[in-house]
Structures are given as structure tokens and as C-alpha cells.
Design a protein around this ligand. Structure first.
Ligand code: LHQ
Length: 259
């Protein structure tokens, strides 16, 4: 259900149940989590690129994976979330390397919010983000109520969530929900270039950047200034900082090693 393609310095992880629009069953959850975790632990993998096979990025939970006769008597969705979706979102946010998401087509339900949990999100112009949950009587999960509210504000977050209106990639970019919407045929080229440049980047500095930005919304300015001081102290002790400064002074391209 997931393809893992190790390149030089980064790994491409592709959701691969295209006939189900890459909707999540338990198997896809387990394999994706393992692929991300192992990329996270492998120091040679300095970036991760997540995308989907076929015409969709991901349609969220596989709604055909449940026994319909049991729905009314109450399946515990909280259990599914605790077991699969919450750990996945926490993992993406805690990986100490950039996670690029190439949204190749529709991203619906949890599929949208998994994409939005990634660090740099590119989307094909034909792709749409759909907070589909309200159509089936649920609320957005996978961090969506947190992420969307922070990125968009309550007005747009509630509007998108309560109407389930599909948001085209270009509007998502204009609203600040994603990094960039790009022409369909340029998506994988641009996403690959980004992953390659992160893979050749100062990995510790990039990881500290990610963690600092994520901490910002829960910190006061004073707390964040202290965090920046502490993280900068760590960044300043890395070989990549020494290399970056040397390269600048010698007017050459840096050769970062990720340490
Ligand atoms: C699917 C799905 C799908 C199965 C398309 N499942 N087959 C967390 C905790 C626990 C439980 C509940 O959920 C969650 C989080 C969630 O993610 S809830 C939200 C779940 N997702 C949705 O509600 C989205 C459902 N899908 C759609 O609204 C549409 O399929 C979209 C807008 C994604 C795409 O529309 P179209 O381009 O028109 O494609 P389609 O609807 O014709 O779908 C193509 C096939 O994929 C079709 O199968 P078929 O056998 O008829 O070709 C769909 O049944 C199947 N599919 N999404 N989530």
C-alpha cells in the first residue's frame, strides 16, 4: 500500500492504493508509519518526499473498511485515531528533517490534514483540499482543527470545515495554507528539486528551524527569543555552520554534510 524509494540523500514515500484514491486502511497506516520512522532514524536520509500514486493524493480513511451493520451501534473512532492518525501526525511533526508533500490530486478528509502536517507542501494546480468530514457527520481530525485554524484563522477554517467546499490548490496557496501550487506536469520535478536541495542542506539547522517554528504558536515572544538563543547555540556548534561560513567567505558553494 506504500512505495518506498530511497534516493541519494532522501526518500520518496508514495501512498499506493490508487483504486481507492489512496484511502487509509490499517495496512497502509502501518507501512507508512514504519517508512517515515525508519527514514527519520536513518542519518543518510536528510529529507522525505511524500506523495500519492494515481489521480489522488489521499481520500482519508477508507470508508469501505468498516462493517456498515456495526456503524450505528457505535464503532469507536477515537480508537482508530489514537492508534493510527494521532501517532502519524506526531511523527511527521517530530521528524528532525524536512518533510516535503507533493499533493498530486485530491486530498480529502484526513488525507488533507496529513498533507498539511508536512513542512513544505506543494500541490498540483488541479488538486483540491476537501475537509470532507462534515459530509459524514464527523469533525476534522489529524490535527486539522489546529493546523487550519492557525494557518487560516477561524473564519476560513470554519467555512471550509462546515461546508466541505473543495479548496483549489491555487486558492490554498493564496490563503497561505500551502507553500506553492504548481502546474501539474511540473509538480514532481519541483518537489524532487526541493527534496534534493534539502538533502544537500544543513540538516541540523533545518530541523531546528522546523522545531522553532512549531514551538512559536504556543510561546510568548520572550519564550521564543530564549528558544532561538538555545537552538542557535546548538546550530552554531555544527560542522555545517563552520562549512557555511567558510564557503561564504571563500565565495564557493557549501558542501554540507548534515551534521
Ligand atoms: C473511497 C474513498 C474513501 C473508500 C474514494 N474510502 N473508498 C478518522 C477516524 C476513523 C474513521 C473515520 O475517518 C477518519 C478520518 C477521515 O478521513 S473521515 C473522511 C473520509 N473521507 C471522505 O469522506 C472522502 C470520501 N471521498 C470523496 O468524497 C470523493 O471520493 C473524493 C472527493 C475524494 C473524490 O471524488 P471523485 O474524484 O469523484 O472520485 P470517486 O468519488 O468516484 O472515487 C473513486 C473511487 O474511490 C470510488 O470507488 P469506485 O469503486 O466507485 O471506483 C470511491 O468509492 C473510492 N473512494 N474515497 N475515503
Amino acid at each position: 500500500p506504500v512505495l518506498v524509494d530511497r534516493k541519494a540523500g532522501y526518500v520518496v514515500i508514495t501512498l499506493n492504493r490508487p483504486d481507492k484514491l489512496n484511502a487509509f486502511n490499517d495496512d497502509q497506516h502501518m507501512v507508512l508509519y514504519e517508512a517515515l520512522e525508519s527514514a527519520g532514524m536513518n542519518p543518510e536520509m536528510r529529507a522525505i518526499l511524500l506523495t500519492g500514486a494515481g489521480r489522488a493524493f489521499c481520500a482519508g480513511q477508507d470508508l469501505g473498511d468498516r462493517d456498515p451493520s456495526k456503524l450505528a451501534e457505535g464503532i469507536d473512532l477515537g480508537e482508530t485515531i489514537e492508534k493510527f492518525y494521532n501517532p502519524l501526525i506526531r511523527l511527521i511533526r517530530s521528524l528532525e528533517k524536512p518533510v516535503v508533500c507533493a499533493v498530486n490530486g485530491v486530498a480529502a478528509g484526513a488525507g488533507a490534514n496529513i498533507a498539511l502536517a508536512c513542512d513544505v507542501v506543494l500541490a498540483a494546480k488541479s488538486a483540491k483540499f476537501i475537509q470532507a468530514f462534515s459530509k459524514i457527520g464527523l469533525l476534522p481530525d489529524s490535527g486539522g482543527t489546529w493546523t487550519m485554524t492557525r494557518l487560516l484563522g477561524e473564519a476560513r477554517a470554519k467555512g471550509l470545515m462546515m461546508t466541505a467546499m473543495p479548496l483549489p490548490a491555487e486558492t490554498a496557496e493564496a490563503w497561505g495554507l500551502i507553500w506553492r501550487a504548481v502546474d501539474d506536469d511540473a509538480l514532481m520535478r519541483e518537489a524532487t528539486q526541493l527534496a534534493e536541495s534539502f538533502a544537500a542542506g544543513p540538516t541540523v539547522g533545518l530541523a531546528l528551524t522546523k522545531m522553532a517554528v512549531q514551538a512559536a504558536s504556543n510561546n510568548s515572544l520572550d519564550e521564543q527569543l530564549e528558544l532561538e538563543r538555545d537552538y542557535q547555540r546548538r546550530a552554531g556548534r555544527t560542522p555545517d555552520y563552520a562549512e557555511g561560513v567558510s564557503a561564504f567567505l571563500q565565495k564557493r558553494a557549501p558542501n554540507f554534510t548534515g551534521r
